[in-house]
Design a protein around this ligand. Structure first.
Ligand code: FE2
Length: 387
């Protein structure tokens, strides 16, 4: 037994039309002037209005509605500047992972006038505690509402701002907010959440508490993702997917993600593949590679059981294979790409991708099976061929 630390958001409010509670939550945080961070799609979907109106009844509100998906350092610097236009004492993020990450950056900027976005990059670089945040996810996938990370593209590579100050003061989860997602986005973001849960569960950084979060997330996703994709208006399935994505965020926010996300980051940023699609594609290959480790085999057998497979008569090896084939079947049922060749990744780029994967040292340090250059070449070739 070891000693473990787990850090989580302070307060989670979820259920029917919880957006109407935002005024009370803002008051509870003692706010007077709020800065809403969002993007154009949220405004068009009519979600911004639902937050802005009750918030304006209690505090002054300014809005930044121009967050780009997969934000670069330049985008982050623009948000840093905007967050200092007035003395904001509350930042509200309404959107997908990119928006919530930029809300974290805005909250850090508001209380750290000496630091720019680039100064925040790395671990524990934010000097003063951020101003309070209320994060409202509109996808069920990234888990950004529950993690201490904000991801930014720097020179074509995904870099993290990791700080406990990034953890939300309040998370508001309204199932009707994720119901505006089209089926393909529900599918890819849901599989991103599954990859967070499975990677966190077999990560070397896992602990008994993150395991509980991860296994419950896996079970909920296996039970509800297909329903949320095929019947987007099923708010019960939507809420369960939101809870699963948040639990997966709580798992990987503490245990970390591993080689699957390392690979997804290398080809996701380069070919502008949506993060969920990239992470979902990488997932079964990452499981297969790590399953050679006995401890991982045992864990994957548990994943299979959590996904509803009857593993009582199977060996550990067979049960672990079941988990992998179940994930592959899910990808196919959701019509998500299963090989890089189908995403027009040129075969000539594979050596570069393998080299980039080996350089993702932070992720690979937590990966249970070591990945050398030749292993990376083999993994990337498999992802390309679909073997
Ligand atoms: Fe992810």
């Amino acid at each position: 037994m070891g000693v473990y630390t787990v850090q989580l958001p302070k307060r989670i409010v979820f259920g029917d039309v919880v957006e109407e509670k935002i005024g009370a939550e803002a008051k509870g945080l003692g706010a007077e002037k709020a800065f809403i961070v969002t993007d154009g799609t949220i405004e068009k979907a009519g979600l911004l209005k639902k937050v802005e109106k009750p918030l304006k009844e209690v505090v002054e509100v300014d809005i930044f509605d121009n967050v780009e998906s997969e934000p670069t350092l330049e985008v982050a610097e623009t948000i840093v500047k905007a967050a200092r236009a007035a003395r904001y004492d509350l930042v509200v993020g309404v959107g997908g992972g990119s928006v919530l990450d930029m809300a974290k950056v805005a909250a850090a900027a508001a209380s750290n006038p000496e630091q720019g976005a680039s100064d925040f990059l790395g671990a524990n670089k934010i000097v003063n505690p951020s101003v309070p945040t209320i994060l409202i996810p509109t996808t069920a996938g990234t888990g950004a509402e529950a993690t201490p990370f904000a991801l930014i593209i720097v020179e074509g590579k995904k870099k993290a701002i990791a700080s406990p100050y990034n953890l939300a003061d309040v998370v508001l989860i309204s199932p009707s907010f994720t119901a505006t997602m089209p089926p393909e986005v529900t599918a890819s973001t849901g599989m991103d959440a599954l990859s967070h849960a499975i990677e966190a569960f077999i990560s070397l950084g896992a602990n008994p508490l993150t395991d509980s979060f991860a296994l419950e997330a896996i079970r909920k996703i296996a039970d509800n993702l297909e329903e949320a994709v095929s019947h987007g208006d099923n708010l019960d399935a939507r809420l369960k997917m939101s809870i699963a994505a948040m639990l997966a965020g709580m798992a990987f926010g503490n245990a970390g993600v591993i080689a699957g996300h390392a690979a997804a980051h290398t080809f996701g940023a380069r070919y502008k593949i949506p993060h969920g699609v990239a992470a979902a594609l990488a997932l079964p290959y990452m499981m297969e590679y790590n399953a050679k480790e006995p401890a991982v085999k045992e864990r994957l057998a548990k994943v299979a059981r959590e996904m509803g497979e009857d593993v009582s008569r199977l060996t550990e090896e067979e049960a672990a294979s079941k988990a992998i084939s179940r994930v592959k079947n899910l990808l196919e049922a959701l019509k998500l790409p299963t090989r890089l060749a189908d995403l027009d990744v040129p075969a000539g780029d594979l050596p570069d991708l393998a080299e980039a994967l080996v350089k993702e040292k932070g992720y690979l340090a937590r990966n249970p099976r070591k990945i050398e250059q030749k292993d990376a070449e083999e993994i990337i070739a498999r992802m390309w061929n679909g073997e």
